[in-house]
Design a protein around this ligand. Sequence first.
Ligand SMILES: Nc1ncnc2c1ncn2[C@@H]1O[C@H](COP(=O)(O)OP(=O)(O)OP(=O)(O)O)[C@@H](O)[C@H]1O
Ligand SMILES: [Mg+2]
Length: 302
Amino acid sequence: MADSVIEASGLMKAYGPIQAVNGLDLQVRKGEVFSLLGPNGAGKTTTIEMLEGLRKPDSGEIRILGMNPWKDESRIRRRVGIIPQGFNFVQRITPQEAIRYFATLFGVPERSEELLKLVDLYDMRKTYFTNLSGGQKQKLGLCLALVNDPELLFLDEPTTGLDPQARRNMWDVIRKLKAEGKSILLTTHYLEEAEVLADRVGIVSGGKMIASGTPQEIIDQHGSGRSLFVTGSGEVAEKVRKMTGSRCSFDGRHISVEIRENTDVPMILDLVRESGVEISTLQLREETLEDVFLKMVGSVEE
Ligand SMILES: Nc1ncnc2c1ncn2[C@@H]1O[C@H](COP(=O)(O)OP(=O)(O)OP(=O)(O)O)[C@@H](O)[C@H]1O
Ligand SMILES: [Mg+2]
């Protein structure tokens, strides 16, 4: 499609006996934030590295900005930015020096002040990399990914290890970059982060894309709507399962039931009351992306 910045189909990559990526398809549209989600070892980083041109797929097709990552590597390099997972760098270099160095390599104007202020790292501009905190290192990683003012960004777990405030700061930066029209492929283990940042998400499991779409589409397609969370007992859970045919779990104090019919709610509450359990907690909530994610990746055979 003309408006795609990333198109990949049938990607395969094995490391010896391990099939890390197993027929994965992915499309990222111009100007969108797309988040890859998946459990540890699902194949996200391997996929990103193939898209970046750092790893050669065993088979499959990739187009990045309409180009082939192997044949057009240097042309692509100038138009994309990358933060690798667990970003690390030369220990005795300061953020300011690092950004200036990258600008020289790319032959682009030096914007260290603007970039360091963007991620709130300006005060640390003269501190050696080795003395930066984990979160500050991540922020420098983002600055370096932005030196060449890329139109497409690959961010592999950019917020892992950040404190809650720094994570929100990173969200703001990502939103700002999106508002500038940049396209962003991002991985995260924080489902709520994907929900707030991503236009579309893809769930990767066992090297395959098992679902993709907007968070709401995934919830609608793979979720079961709402669930009721109420004080209960193992006995009540068993009765609810029999009467509704719905999934019902018991955590020792509360039961959690998928609600398919509205009329199930009063019926379940009656069952709880009849059992003599006093209701101290009662919550009816919409399923979140996290609920659906856990159900999906839990049900796939690795
Ligand atoms: N260089 C490598 N050599 C051998 N096996 C590898 C290599 N890199 C990754 N793997 C294996 O490939 C599989 C996919 O790993 P990958 O790093 O792509 O997963 P991921 O989805 O990024 O996981 P995480 O969420 O933990 O970062 C794993 O089983 C991993 O052990
Ligand atoms: Mg990874």
